[in-house]
Write a protein that binds this ligand. Structure first.
Ligand code: C2E
Ligand code: MG
Ligand code: MG
Length: 618
């Protein structure tokens, strides 16, 4: 644009200085075209803006000289004197039109002013004219430079703002990326978390559905990890998980797969494998990898003293109604079998194996109909007072049978009932049955009932118990609730409140299976237990000196706290004698009596009572 305007001024050259117009016009074209050519070449080479500015500044100066010098030689000096006013346009373009840096524009316009002053000096004009002209040039220089300086400041601010916005944008993008990474990463192990691995699972699944690329899901569970945490503390527990995660992640790198933490002490591996043998090989390798870490785990009671893992794997297979969740479910079933098979081993889901049929689902379904179909019942196991030899208490134990009459052990159905929430209704049923079956008459003083933490956590539990006591007319003091310390139960304030409400009803609170978990110690501090039941494993370990000392220590510990002591699992006369020697308050076990249904329990009690009175009177 500047070149075009510069060339257009050829017209004024012709009008004002016709005698030298030919020179000025040639100069205009030479400078204009040269400048354009240089700029074009510079743009092509992609040079820095400073160089383009320098070319423009040069073009202004040469354009100015190219016009002024020939014009000055013109014959009509008066016209030249007026025409020179146009020189300010060059100064304005240097200061305002081109967005030069302040320094460059000042240098350019100063050169222009300097040339003008030289020409002005030699101009055959009056002194007044020269002075007015010089003043005009100086003011033009000052004003345009000032405006240029202001504009440059503003431009700089705009530039800074734009830069800041750019940096902020970049930071926000990076933060977003980091957040996304964080939301997909397990903070402890650095592996992918459940959300990320679920997404991956969907990808694997859709690949399988669309392209037929089979894959395997492998679930890995660290064996007895709760015990590890209880024994070595949570920090060690975290460290153990990190070691396991790193080792597994190194192993999986050799296969085409992904690993993630699925929750707690459970990991998951997804791998594009569709051959059973290869999956079994990897599952075995996982077990071996964890075991060979040789992380000490002394507290487990299965003869192994290092951390191990159980592994369950399942492969994609063509089946009706195939669902994404199914493969995880099947891997979970295989993991269950691995655990049932003694842990530290790997199992592959086998759809043809009847054991793989979903046992827990069957149990869950059974539990739903159990009360209505009379599939649950109660048995009672006597509890003997060691000092008097009298049986004045019993523990109620739940029994569940299948529709064909086979019994399901409590170790199988209680966890399912807890997981599905069925324990709430079953628990109420147990309490009501105990009240009506055994406590309605005065056959026995106290019956203890096992209560799951789920029940204690459920709002309104104490009220429902009060309701049952009211309905059946049984005094609360004849019931004892056993809470198992082995079960995971954080001592929430609502649990503590529920316990104190139950105590207000007169119900006694017993601590069951003491010593099987470490929570028991803190519980002893938090809750005022009436009786503490020491787990039978301690009595059964009394064959060794170490075991005997251990039981003695535990008894001393509990005795110091004040509650009565009941030892579970008394099976032999020797054990009975030992209990007398230790001054234990109460005992329970096959030596005293096996669990029996209410009818036979009462019949046995009547004969025993009679024998007891005969013995006493004799
Ligand atoms: P627990 O409360 O510690 O019950 C004692 C378990 O030890 C019973 O097993 C009992 O049959 C067994 N036992 C008693 N004396 C001896 C003995 O001398 N030697 C040996 N080896 N074992 C003996 P059971 O009936 O299989 O119950 C297992 C667990 O299931 C119970 O442990 C309890 O935690 C749970 N459970 C049972 N009934 C209920 C219930 O109604 N509600 C809840 N929430 N849990 C229950
Ligand atoms: Mg119990
Ligand atoms: Mg027990």
């Amino acid at each position: 644009m500047a070149v075009a305007i510069y060339l257009m001024f050829s017209a004024t050259d012709l009008l004002l200085i016709p005698d030298v117009a030919a020179y000025t016009i040639v100069a205009r074209f030479v400078v204009g075209i040269t400048a354009l050519l240089i700029l074009e070449e510079q743009l092509r080479r992609g040079v820095a803006t400073e160089w383009l500015d320098l070319t423009c500044a040069g073009a202004i100066i040469f354009g100015y000289i190219g016009w002024l010098c020939p014009a000055f030689t013109g014959a009509d000096k008066e016209s030249v004197a007026y025409y020179m006013v146009f020189g300010t346009i060059f100064m304005m373009s240097a200061n305002l039109f081109f967005t030069f840096s302040f320094k460059l524009s000042i240098v350019t316009s100063t050169i222009i002013m300097f040339i003008l002053y030289v020409v002005n000096y030699f101009l055959p004009a009056t002194l007044t004219y020269k002075m007015v002209f010089a003043t005009f040039y100086v003011s033009c220089f000052t004003f345009t430079s000032y405006v240029n300086w202001k504009l440059n400041g503003e431009r700089y601010n705009v530039f800074l703002n734009a830069l800041e916005a750019k940096i902020q944008h970049r930071e926000a993008t990076e933060r977003g990326k980091a957040l996304l990474r964080l939301s997909r990463t397990d903070p402890l192990t650095g592996l992918e978390n459940r959300r990320a691995i679920d997404e991956k699972l969907r990808d694997y699944w859709s690949d399988w559905q669309r392209l037929g690329n089979g894959f395997a899901a492998i679930l890995i569970d660290v064996d007895f990890f709760k015990k590890f945490n209880d024994c070595y503390g949570h920090q060690e527990g975290d460290r153990c998980l990190i070691h396991v995660a790193n080792a597994l992640s190194d192993l999986i790198k050799q296969y085409d797969g992904s690993i993630g933490r699925y929750g707690g002490e459970e990991f998951i591996v997804l791998t594009r494998m569709d051959k059973k043998e290869r999956v079994a090989e990897l599952a075995e390798a996982i077990c071996l990898t964890v075991e060979s870490l040789a992380l000490t785990h002394e507290l487990r009671r299965d003869g192994i003293s290092v951390v191990t893992a159980s592994v369950g794997a399942a492969l994609t297979r063509v089946q009706a109604g195939a669902k994404l969740e199914k493969i995880i479910h099947e891997a979970d079933r295989a993991l269950y079998l691995a655990k049932a098979g003694g842990r530290n081993c790997a199992r592959l889901f086998d759809p043809t194996d009847p054991q793989s049929s979903d046992e827990s689902e069957n149990i869950a379904a059974l539990l739903k109909i159990a009360i209505g179909q009379n599939l649950v019942s109660l048995v009672y196991q006597p509890i003997q007072d060691v000092a008097s030899g009298k049986v004045d208490a019993a523990e109620a134990l739940m029994r569940l049978k299948m529709l064909d009459g086979t019994l399901v052990p409590p170790s199988l159905f209680i966890p399912v009932a807890e997981r599905t929430g069925a324990i709430l209704e079953l628990g109420r049923w147990v309490i009501r049955s105990v009240c009506t079956e055994l406590l309605a008459d005065d056959h026995i003083g106290v019956v203890s009932v096992n209560v799951s933490p789920i029940q204690l956590k459920t709002p309104g539990f104490a009220t429902s118990v009060a309701g049952i006591l009211g309905e059946t007319g049984v005094a609360g003091s004849r019931l004892a609730f056993e809470i198992t310390e082995g079960l995971e139960m954080e001592m929430h304030s609502d649990v503590l409140r529920c316990i104190s409400d139950l105590k207000l009803l007169g119900i006694k609170i017993w601590l069951d299976d003491f010593g099987t978990g470490f929570a028991g110690l803190s519980w002893l501090r938090l809750i005022d237990f009436d009786t503490v039941k020491i787990d039978r494993s301690f009595l059964h370990a009394c064959g060794t000196q170490k075991g005997m000392a251990m039981l003695q220590d535990i008894v001393a510990l509990v005795r110091n706290r004040g509650p009565k002591i009941l030892v579970e699992g008394v099976e032999t006369d020797e054990q009975m004698a030992l209990m007398r020697e230790f001054g234990i308050d109460l005992i329970q076990g096959y030596r005293v009596g096996r669990p029996a249904a209410a009818g036979s329990f009462q019949a046995k009690r009547t004969t025993q009572k009679r024998a007891f009175t005969v013995l006493k009177s004799a």
